[in-house]
Design a binder for this molecule. Structure first.
Ligand SMILES: *[C@@H]1O[C@H](CO)[C@@H](O)[C@H](O)[C@H]1NC(C)=O
Ligand SMILES: *[C@@H]1O[C@H](CO)[C@@H](O)[C@H](O)[C@H]1NC(C)=O
Ligand SMILES: *[C@@H]1O[C@H](CO)[C@@H](O)[C@H](O)[C@H]1NC(C)=O
Length: 415
């Protein structure tokens, strides 16, 4: 415990130091930085650059959040008719839809899926830079905007996005791909919103995060613990937003990681420290590109919720402490999600070297879910958490299984 307190003070001090150094660094070097062009562009612009036609859609949730949804209706290399069942792909913690294109057309899942003739939709949950808007609240002014955790992704964002896509494409069902937190939020949706699970033909979970007790990453534990401690004492809307794009952490990471040598050595070792080492998997140009889109911002409460699931044996709603829990949930403890409500067929794909979502926790989730078709471990034993969006080997390592199930559960017959 004393050691943890030490690290928390250390991080707060480091935080202040980085903030100061950042100001000086930017003044001195900013004009000399040659940014990876793609890191400065949004989903639509990057896709256009690669020759993919994409669309932007706006979804409004029941509670007024304005979310951006991107669509690639037909991939550049799709030469057949597009399958009727649309595919929705949802990003991980502190990421956005851009994580599906940052590794380029040879590896980005948004391109692989649309090139395989699926109608590809890439969503963004509330709070990241594409979904930082509301019909009534202003994220810069209203602290209420930031009062959400994974619960709200599952209860409001996913149902709104799913309904929008089904309505727009006049489809009865869609296929869902959820990476990390978007596996967990799908399970939350099925638990809390009866009927929504039935709108999904197959749900493919990539390294799903639900209960995370066995995560090996100490760095992730320390960072999220800091937010857990800060969460109840922060009130200012600018403090309730965690790690936004355009914030100093994102800016300094973006600036520093543009140098090839630094990107390869220093920026890669930050990813390694958070996760694990898989040499050569993520290319230097992808590291340079992704730092323009990561971290993408979320709420402090989401970060704190991760600290909670890292420490508890339950997959639960946000824990406010006994007094507030009583007011909100009518009991001392937060409500627990019914994993058994995930009636849609689920395929889980995972990698053995993932230090954020461990194999044990994936096995736990598998045992909770009533309709798991298959749990697949990626062939490369070094495959880790960040490889899912960013590896240059997704086409061989990840896509064949995804493609197999999308095909089985699309169009005619099934679903
Ligand atoms: C992306 O960039 C294009 C071109 O600059 C712009 O028109 C569009 O509004 C941007 N989209 C989003 C969602 O920011
Ligand atoms: C925020 O959403 C509203 C729709 O409720 C829209 O009118 C407004 O233009 C959006 N603001 C930004 C900055 O996109
Ligand atoms: C699912 O689990 C909940 C509690 O965990 C239980 O009350 C419910 O009966 C279960 N439902 C089914 C269909 O097994």
């Amino acid at each position: 415990m004393a050691q943890r307190t030490f690290w928390i003070y250390y991080i707060l001090l480091l935080n202040t130091t980085i903030q100061m150094v950042n100001g000086g660094f930017r003044k001195l070097f900013h004009k000399d930085i040659r940014y990876e062009r793609l890191s400065l562009l949004n989903f639509t612009e990057v896709s256009k650059e690669y020759g993919y036609k994409s669309e932007e859609h706006t979804v409004i949730t029941e509670d007024g959040y304005v979310l951006t949804l991107f669509r690639i209706p037909k991939g550049k290399n799709c030469h057949f008719t597009v399958q009727r069942t649309p595919v929705l792909i949802m990003h991980g913690l502190l990421l956005s839809s851009d994580s599906w294109i940052d590794s380029g057309p040879e590896a980005g899942l948004a391109y692989l899926i649309s090139d395989d003739c699926y109608d590809l939709w890439a969503g963004n949950v509330r709070g990241n830079y594409y979904s930082r808007n509301h019909t009534r609240m202003n994220p810069d002014v209203d602290p209420e905007f930031w009062k959400f955790s994974l619960n709200e992704f599952g209860v409001y964002d996913l149902p709104a996005i799913i309904d929008y896509i089904l309505d727009y494409t006049r489809s009865i069902k869609l296929n869902y791909i959820g990476y990390s937190q978007s596996g967990g939020s799908f399970v939350i949706m099925c638990s809390e919103r009866p009927g929504y699970c039935a709108k999904v033909s197959v749900a493919i979970f990539l390294h799903p995060a639900a209960k995370m007790t066995n995560a090996k990453s100490q760095a992730l534990r320390i960072i999220t613990d800091v937010y857990q401690i800060l969460e109840p004492i922060l009130h200012n809307p600018l403090e309730l937003e965690a790690l936004p794009k355009g914030g100093y952490i994102q800016k300094i990471t973006h600036d520093i990681c543009q140098n090839d040598f630094i990107a390869d050595k220093i920026c890669r070792s930050i990813l390694t420290m958070l996760d694990s080492y898989n040499p050569g998997s993520i290319s230097v140009s992808t590291i340079r590109a992704l730092t323009g889109h990561f971290p993408a911002g979320t709420s402090v409460r989401v970060m704190a919720w991760f600290s909670q699931v890292l420490n508890k044996e339950e997959f639960q709603n946000f824990d406010y402490g006994p007094v507030m829990n009583m007011k909100i949930y009518g009991r001392n403890q937060p409500s627990t999600y019914n994993c058994n409500a995930t009636t849609a067929p689920v395929v889980i794909i995972h990698g053995e070297s993932d230090n954020i979502v461990s194999k044990k926790d994936v096995e736990w989730l598998k045992d909770q879910l009533p309709n798991v078709l298959e749990v697949v471990y990626v062939k490369n034993p070094l495959w880790n958490h960040f490889d899912v969006p960013y590896s240059q080997h997704t086409r061989e390592m990840l896509y064949p299984k995804i493609g197999e199930y999308l095909f089985k559960y699309s169009g005619n017959g099934v679903g």
